[in-house]
Ligand binder design. Sequence first.
Ligand code: XIL
Length: 358
Amino acid sequence: MMRATLSGVGVLVLLFAGGAVCAAQTLREHADRAGLLVGAAVEPRYFSEPEYAATLAREFNMLTAENVLKWGAIRPSRARFEFGPGDRLVAFARKHRMKVRGHTLLWSEYNPRWLVEGGFTPAEMSAMLREHITRVMRHYRGKIFAWDVVNEVFLADGSVEPSVWYDRPGIGLKGKGTAYVEQAFRWAREADPDVLLFYNDYDTEGINPKSDAVYAMVKDFKRRGVPIDGVGIQAHIVDLEAKDLATMEANVARLVALGLQVHITEMDVGLPVDAAGRPRDEAALGRQAEIYRQVAEACLRQKGCTAFQTWGFTDKYTWIPDFTKGAKGLPLPFDSRYAPKPAYEALLEAFRRRALTP
Ligand code: XIL
C-alpha cells in the first residue's frame, strides 16, 4: 500500500516535470530554462510594426543595437550626443524583460564624417575617444550588461588593420599593435566597474590566423590584468561550405579556458539569391539550418558560451543584400513575413536539448 502511494507520487512528479519541459515552445522559453541568453540586433524605428515587436519580445531575452549606439549615430557632432534611439531600445528591452548588449564604442567604420575628416591630432583623438567611452557608458550604466568595447581590429592574417583609431592618425599608439585596444578597455573599466567588457570580431569562428591573433591578445590581457570579460564571435557565415566551423568548438573552448565568456554576437547565413531576391536553390534553406545548428551547438556545448545572437531576426530587415550588392539574402531564422524557417527549428532544437542537459 505504502509502496503504491510512493510510486503514485513519483509518477505525478514525472508527469509534472515532463509537462513543464514540453510547455516551453519558443526560443526564449528554452533559453530562459537553460539560463542562457538568446538575442537579436534591432533597429528601434521598427518597434512600431506590431509583428516585429511581437516576434522580438516572444522569441528573444536579449537585444542589441544594430546601429544606433555606433559613433555615426550617437555622435552627430563633436559636442552633441544623441541618446534618443538608444534610450527607446533600452525602454523596449525593459518593458519585455530583456537584457541589452552595447555595440560598439570603437570601430573603424560607421564613424561620422566630422571625426574621420576632421584633421584631428592623435592627442585630440585620444581625448575624444576617452570622453566618448566615458559619456556613453555612464549614460547606459545599469541598463546595458555587456559592451563590445572594441570591434574588428585585425586583418585576416592577424595583423592590426590601419584605421582612424590605430594609425590614421590614431590615439597616439600608432605602431604599437594592440596597445590602443588595451587603452580603450582601461577607459571602459574606469567608466563602469560593473559592466562586462567584450572584444568582438568576424571570421573568428574556427581556428585560423585571425582568431589566433584575437586569442593571443586576450591571453596577454588576462595575464597582465587588462580588464576584459569576454570575446564576441560575430559568425557572419558567407560560405555555405563553412569549413571553419569544424574547429569552432575548440576555438570557443580555448577562450573559455582563459576565464573569458564567449558570446556569438551577429550570426547570419546569407544565401545566394536571384535578382528578385528568391533563393537560387531551395535546398539551401536546409543547409542554412544545418549551419545555424552547428554554430549554436559549438557554443552551447561550452559552459562559458553564455549568449547567442543573430544580426536581425527577420529576412525583411537585414544588411546582407546591401553588403553583397544583391548577390545574397534571406540570412535569418524568420522569413520576411515573420514565419519561422528551418534555421529557426534548428536553433529551437539546439536550445531545447541544451535546456534538458544539466
Ligand atoms: C552593419 C549594419 O548591419 C548595417 O546596417 C550598417 O550599415 C553597417 O554595419 N560587423 C559589425 C556590425 O560589427 O556592426 C555591422 O553592422 C556588420 C558587420
